[in-house]
Design a protein around this ligand. Structure first.
Ligand code: 0RQ
Length: 513
């Protein structure tokens, strides 16, 4: 139909997804739009995957570098990983096929702080960006691009790529126009200026992407939905974790350490985040704001009921029901929601200035407060660090939350020493499990260990951790952060597997005492 492409000259670039995909060659680095299942290209990656499969069947190895905002969807990450078409992936993924390839050593992966990606590209550290494949909601008469349901790194891809393929998706609501704030004031050092965001609601850029029309090699029209996953109501553990967090926030207000409307909130997606948002909806706080990465169902609810006045993010991650609600009421939501490039939504300077309250998930935390968000048993990637590092280090209060055990209670998420570190003890101020909340601010390592074991560990693992800690106090060569390095990683599995070992230790402890 071409109705979303109001610029006449650009209409001449319209072609099929197959024709557009054929313009991408093996060895190229491709910058794709997409963040948390929103705003990713829907048809060119799938056509490219088919092209790659045909090439491989003909004995010609075809692989590309895939750069995105964050996670995408089966039509992009899944399809390209399935045909083994990705040489190098960055900066974040959560796709099962991708994960399998990466952990099998068949795909290279660089897990980068989300706020760092654009400056890495501008700085030339990642090599040349050959092609950008970017979904937009429309093209204005004067050739400006209307962003779709995520912004991510699109500004950087459009500026830095040699060539551009656009997917114009008429499934995306045109009422999105005006919701985005694309900032063109970034520069490389030594030419940087302050990012002029003083409050969550500040707009500092423009609603459109600029694009050099001479770089556009293809425009593909689509009408395909984002990957919107169903909402799962908070489970019992998530409700308990949320309860501890809400009590803590109330306590901080009472102590005069937080204002009554708190500070801008950042939270990951998922069950715990939903439970926290649900708790805030029924809680005492008014005029909340969010300075976050992803806007999920719970935040939309807070905006709708008036408890939250403004949310800044780089992407939506909504259930189909929440999306329908957003679309039906976009005009009302528009002045309360701002979508920014991820270098700004996650900018350390802004996060520090606003004093964000950060809440992120973890895989394991150790008794001293180091956090592993990315690796299983130290060697296999789960997803990636995402924006958690951008927020954790720079937040006013940096919280990490998790159920105290995983895999049906067989694995403790509180361990003597994390098998991989994403957030060091210096970046982690509060750890919360369904068991309780450990406030580590102002505590020395030994005091931290006591609080983490006491408040956060599951009762089934508490004695094991306690004994590890006490024995470390006695036998560790250094007593600042006591550890038994030959046991730190084997203690937990040994403890679980070997009743005799536990008994033996008790005897040993009697002798030593
Ligand atoms: O796997 O479903 O196969 O059993 O890890 O764990 O408890 O469902 O929690 O979905 O919140 O994910 C850290 C991965 C937590 C996520 C992580 C297994 C567990 C399950 C998921 P199964 P849960 P979540 C936020 C900023 C980094 C990115 C980030 C993440 C699976 O929060 O990717 O923070 N964070 N971005 O069984 C073995 C353990 C385990 C374990 C959990 N100790 N050992 N497996 N699992 N602990 C911005 C956004 O969110 C966009």
């Amino acid at each position: 139909s071409g109705t979303r492409i109001l610029n006449a000259a650009m209409r001449s670039k319209i072609m099929s997804a197959e024709q557009a995909a054929a313009l991408i060659q093996s060895g190229m680095n491709v910058g794709m739009s997409g963040f948390t299942g929103a705003g990713y290209p829907k048809v060119v990656p799938a056509a490219l995957a088919k092209h790659i499969m045909d090439s491989n069947l003909n004995g010609k190895k075809f692989k590309i570098g895939v750069w995105t905002g964050a996670s995408t969807a089966p039509e992009l990450d899944g399809a390209l990983a399935m045909v083994d078409g990705v040489e190098m992936r960055l900066p974040y993924q959560s796709d099962p096929t991708c994960r399998k390839r990466i952990n099998a050593g068949e795909m290279e992966y660089i897990d980068i702080h989300l706020s760092h990606v654009s400056q890495f590209v501008w700085g030339g550290f990642l090599g040349k960006l050959d092609v950008a494949v970017v979904e937009v909601a429309g093209i204005t008469e004067d050739g400006k691009l209307i962003p779709s349901s995520s912004v991510g790194n699109n500004k950087t891809w459009l500026d830095q790529a040699d060539k551009i393929i656009l997917e114009v998706n008429s499934w995306q609501s045109l009422d999105l126009e005006g919701m985005h704030d694309i900032y063109y004031g970034t520069a490389l050092p030594p030419h940087r200026k302050p990012i002029p965001i003083i409050r969550t609601e500040d707009r500092i850029g423009q609603p459109y992407f600029n694009v050099d029309p001479s770089k556009i090699i293809a425009i593909v029209e689509t009408n395909k939905p984002d990957r919107n996953s169903a909402f799962t109501p908070p489970d019992a553990n998530s409700k308990l974790i949320a309860g501890h967090i809400l009590d803590f926030l109330q306590h901080e207000v009472k102590m005069g350490r937080l204002p009554t409307n708190l500070l801008p909130l950042q939270s990951g997606v998922g069950n715990v985040a939903n439970a926290v948002m649900a708790g805030l909806k029924d809680g005492p706080f008014e005029n909340l704001t969010a300075y976050t990465e992803v806007l999920q169902d719970g935040m939309l609810e807070l905006l709708k009921c008036g408890k939250m006045t403004c949310a800044s993010a780089t992407s939506f991650s909504l259930s189909p029901e929440a999306l329908a609600d957003l679309t039906a009421n976009l005009k009302d939501f528009k002045n309360k929601i701002i979508l920014r490039p991820q270098e700004i939504s996650n900018h350390p300077e802004v996060i520090r200035r606003l004093g964000v309250i950060a809440m992120n998930g973890l895989i394991e935390a150790d008794i001293y407060g180091n956090v592993n968000s990315t690796h299983i048993m130290g060697t296999s990637i789960m997803n990636g660090i995402g924006g958690s590092g951008d927020f954790a280090r720079n937040a006013f209060i940096s919280m990490f939350m998790t159920p105290s055990s995983a895999k049906g209670g067989t694995i403790s998420c509180i361990v003597p020493m994390v098998s991989h570190v994403d957030h060091t003890e210096h970046d982690v101020q509060v750890i919360v499990t369904e068991q309780g909340l450990a406030d580590l601010r102002g505590l020395s390592p030994k005091a931290r260990a006591k609080v983490v074991i006491e408040k956060c560990a599951h009762p089934n693992f508490k004695p094991a951790l306690q004994e590890y800690y006490e024995r470390s106090l006695r036998y560790s060569p250094g007593r600042h952060t006591p550890h038994l390095l030959d046991e730190a990683f084997t203690f937990m599995p040994n403890w679980m597997a070997n009743k005799a070992a536990r008994e033996a230790w008790r005897d040993d402890s009697l002798v030593q005492a």
